[in-house]
Design a binder for this molecule. Structure first.
Ligand SMILES: Cc1cc2nc3c(=O)[nH]c(=O)nc-3n(C[C@H](O)[C@H](O)[C@H](O)COP(=O)(O)OP(=O)(O)OC[C@H]3O[C@@H](n4cnc5c(N)ncnc54)[C@H](O)[C@@H]3O)c2cc1C
Length: 333
């Protein structure tokens, strides 16, 4: 019986104090680095970027201790790609400055395991302008979690729904201003998309190396499989896809760092291309392993399963095309 574990607290610790303090200190005007740590749920760092000076002081310990990990809660059961239609509400309680949050978030990475939940909730009109962002503590009364989802890949990473039932949140936990939540949520996605694309490139490079190693030693028809030209051409195409993905990712990271107006479109392009092509590379690597590639004794089957979800999360690859097409149309106007 296999176990799904991810020692995320020790991973976070390994990143070290220095990096986090540096990040908090330097990132107030530069959102580029932030997302590199997204997979460790450090979207908590949205706080120093969008929070008030008072909030930065209030949450300094949380931001620099590496003791707290945060989940990003945007998706809902009825609001996935159309994130601006989310229905979770945050209403002011009469005679109080507190907010009361109600609703359900779906597919939340770190759900049940993270200490802090950055929840996008509706405080106003329908659409993106009525959404605000809240810092919700795990121990808040009324906050609960659904079952851990049983997934094809990313099995070591906890994913669950997050349920908010009359969760009371003090005003100091509103990040940014009322109505800025959607902008905050979207700003986290450009870097998140580059991050996911980067993970795909790393996984696919592993698969190329593993496949090349395997076909160099595996013999059929009296010779190593790598000696067949078809195998050589396949490996050459796989490496080309990985390298092209890597170039697009670097291009997007440069655009984001320099705050280029095309940064979002570049991130979407890199994410779309790299996650599709790197998944294909992993699948080709499995094929080159023959039946052995299908066994858990070899790592490639896990890469095929893990890379698959990259075409779905941080916005599906169809939505990446929407982002790119919108940029193209706007640039032409
Ligand atoms: C393992 C995992 C972890 C996740 N972690 C998080 C997290 O931490 N926080 C969070 O907020 N969310 C998270 N998500 C949610 C993820 O971002 C959504 O699953 C994703 O945005 C798609 O939403 P959906 O699943 O509702 O699909 P839907 O939006 O229902 O889409 C279904 C299909 O329709 C297509 N489609 C939708 N609209 C269009 C359109 N306009 N044009 C063309 N095609 C379209 C989609 O591309 C897709 O193929 C996670 C998901 C997974 C699987």
């Amino acid at each position: 019986m296999s176990k799904s574990i991810f020692p995320w607290r020790s991973c976070a610790k390994q990143l070290g104090w220095g990096l986090v303090v540096f990040t908090v200190a330097t990132m107030l005007g530069d959102r580029g680095y932030l997302e590199q740590m997204e997979l460790l749920y450090l979207r908590l760092l949205l706080m120093p970027i969008y929070g008030t000076e008072d909030q930065r002081q209030d949450f300094l310990r949380e931001l620099t201790s590496m003791d707290l990990l945060a989940s990003y809660c945007l998706t809902e059961p009825n609001s996935g790609s159309d994130a601006a239609s989310l229905q979770t509400t945050a209403r002011r309680q009469a005679g109080s400055t507190d907010y009361i949050l109600n609703g359900e978030k779906a597919f939340i990475s770190g759900g049940g395991a993270a200490d802090v939940y950055l929840v996008m909730a509706r405080t106003g009109e329908a659409g993106p302008k009525g959404i605000s962002c809240f810092y919700v503590d795990k121990d808040s009364k009324g906050l609960s979690f659904g079952r851990q989802e049983d997934k094809l890949g990313w099995r070591s990473q906890p994913t669950s729904s997050v349920i908010l039932d009359d969760v009371r949140v003090p005003e100091r936990c509103l990040i940014g201003k009322e109505g800025e939540g959607f902008t905050i949520a979207m700003s986290a996605l450009d870097g998140g998309r580059i991050n996911i694309a980067t993970c795909s490139v790393g996984g696919a490079q592993f698969c190329v190396d593993a496949a090349q190693g395997y076909v160099s030693t595996r013999k059929q028809f009296g010779k190593a499989i790598i000696d067949f030209q078809n195998t050589q051409f396949k490996l050459a195409d796989m490496l080309t896809k990985v390298q092209a993905s890597r170039c697009l990712v670097l291009n997007a990271a440069t655009a984001l760092d320099s705050k280029a107006p095309w940064a979002s479109a570049s991130a979407a392009m890199a994410k779309r291309f790299a996650t599709d092509e790197c998944y294909n590379v992993a699948n080709d690597a499995l094929q080159l392993h023959g039946g052995y590639g299908y066994l858990k004794d070899y790592a490639v089957e896990r890469y095929v399963r893990d890379l698959r979800v990259h075409t779905i999360l941080e916005g599906t690859n169809e939505i990446m095309r929407v982002v790119m097409a919108r940029h193209m149309i706007k640039s032409q106007a």
